[in-house]
Design a binder for this molecule. Structure first.
Ligand code: NAP
Length: 384
């Protein structure tokens, strides 16, 4: 029996993870769950999975949650509570489906108590990849990527039994692949969150629309697989059958294929190194006409170019990229800035930053806070 804590259990990744877990009652026991504010769903999850502990981050939601009558559980509250819960509970696997940089501290706090980190969250790695990877090595924590492309690469690397020479990260191209660039300034939040292939949370959906998501994934892959950014190529693959590919020193290329269902990578991360049967449907190759792969248009999608540049510069530039992007996407979702303003403001904030070599956690947190303030200042944000 494997004990699992799911942070961000009420989100797209979290609910898919609990769906996988519910299919294997003899294999997994849920130890802890967390949400930001969706206490209605969280309370249903608590009744169903009976964890020992839960955390509600938002203060008003935590007050509401206290009034709901639930089986005996320990309740943690706020960001500090989330870190406290991560630090208190010993579990086999911590699955992190929290969105954004809020995942960083709970991940680091949990590291001494876990054997495996099933990581869906990408922002923490972009912000502080060196710190997370070093800490995981020191504490012998196995990191199992849940992000579909990285899970695909992980499976190819495991099967190839050799270090990768090059990684091809594939992406559908998002909802605006065929939209003329001149219409980009009119893109509404409602349109941007409608991804053609994947059902995801709002923030990652906007990142997919700007293609910042692929840029964040390049940095994520760099940390997870130890490859130079120059050996990580993004390919647009509208059919989304191949989830990524790995080239080895002998020129062999292994590809991972499947349907667009996050339960596949989540299940593999949870059952690794075993493969067990799944409820997810397979690909029907007889119905696919052709598979296409081509290079992205960096002019049309400047966020991808900016992310590559930040990745090449390294130091604390990716941390600035992530923080500025989180603020800008938040403002776009509130209807306060245009879709095209996202890339513009990120580039401006990066231009004002002086990178820090070998940054420690304190540096990273300082840079993150600075970049958020600078982005808000440039966008004229007066209140959140
Ligand atoms: N969705 C996908 O298919 C997918 C694929 C690959 C990678 N990822 C990555 O996985 C992460 C989660 O994505 P998602 O699509 O599942 O997001 P989502 O649907 O928005 O869910 C986010 C989860 O995090 C919680 N949360 C939000 N703000 C928080 C905060 N400040 N502190 C603690 N918890 C907070 C949410 O709680 P409430 O529900 O209460 O707001 C929810 O449980 C992201 O980093 C994303 O890039 C997602």
């Amino acid at each position: 029996m494997q004990t699992v804590s799911v942070l961000g259990s009420t989100g797209s990744i979290g609910t898919s993870a609990l769906d996988v877990i519910s299919r294997f009652p003899d294999r997994f026991r849920v130890s802890a769950l967390s949400a930001n504010s969706n206490v209605d769903l969280l309370s249903r999850q608590v009744k169903r999975f009976r964890p020992k502990a839960v955390c509600v981050v938002d203060a008003a939601a935590a007050r509401r949650f206290r009034k709901i009558s639930l089986p005996k559980i320990k309740l943690y509250e706020g960001e500090e509570g989330l870190c406290g819960m991560a630090a208190d509970l010993k579990v086999d696997t911590l699955l992190v489906g929290i969105v954004g940089s809020s995942a960083l501290m709970p991940i680091l706090k949990a590291m001494a108590n876990i054997k495996r980190l099933a990581l869906a969250n990408k922002e923490a790695l972009v912000m502080a990849g060196d710190i997370i990877m070093k800490d995981a090595r020191r504490k012998a924590v196995k990191i199992l990527p849940v992000d579909s492309e990285h899970n695909a690469v992980f499976q190819c690397v495991e099967s190839g039994r050799s270090a990768p020479k090059k990684i091809y990260l594939t992406g559908s191209g998002g909802p605006f692949l065929a939209t003329p660039k001149k219409s980009f300034k009119y893109i509404s939040p409602e349109k941007a969150v409608k991804h053609p292939r994947w059902k995801m949370g709002k923030k990652i959906s906007v990142d997919s629309a700007t293609m910042m998501n692929k840029g964040l994934e390049v940095i994520e892959a760099h940390h997870l697989f130890g490859l130079d950014v120059g050996n990580i190529e993004v390919l647009i693959h509208p059919e989304t059958v191949v989830h990524s590919m790995v080239e080895f020193v002998d020129g062999s290329i292994l590809a991972h294929m499947g349907t667009c269902d996050m339960r596949t990578p989540i299940q593999y991360a949870l059952t690794y190194p075993s493969r067990v049967s799944s409820s997810v449907k397979g690909v029907t190759f007889s119905k696919s006409e052709a598979l296409h792969f081509y290079s992205p248009d960096f002019k049309k999608f400047p966020c991808l170019r900016i992310a590559y540049e930040a990745a090449r510069r390294g130091e604390t530039y990716p941390c600035v990229l992530n923080a500025a992007n989180e603020v800008a996407v938040g403002q776009f979702l509130k209807g306060r800035i245009k879709f095209t303003d996202i890339a513009k403001v990120i580039e401006k904030v990066l231009a004002r930053h002086r990178g820090i070599k070998g940054a420690g956690l304190r540096d990273v947190l300082g840079v993150d806070a600075w970049a958020r303030l600078k982005t808000k200042e440039l966008l004229g944000v007066v209140s959140d």
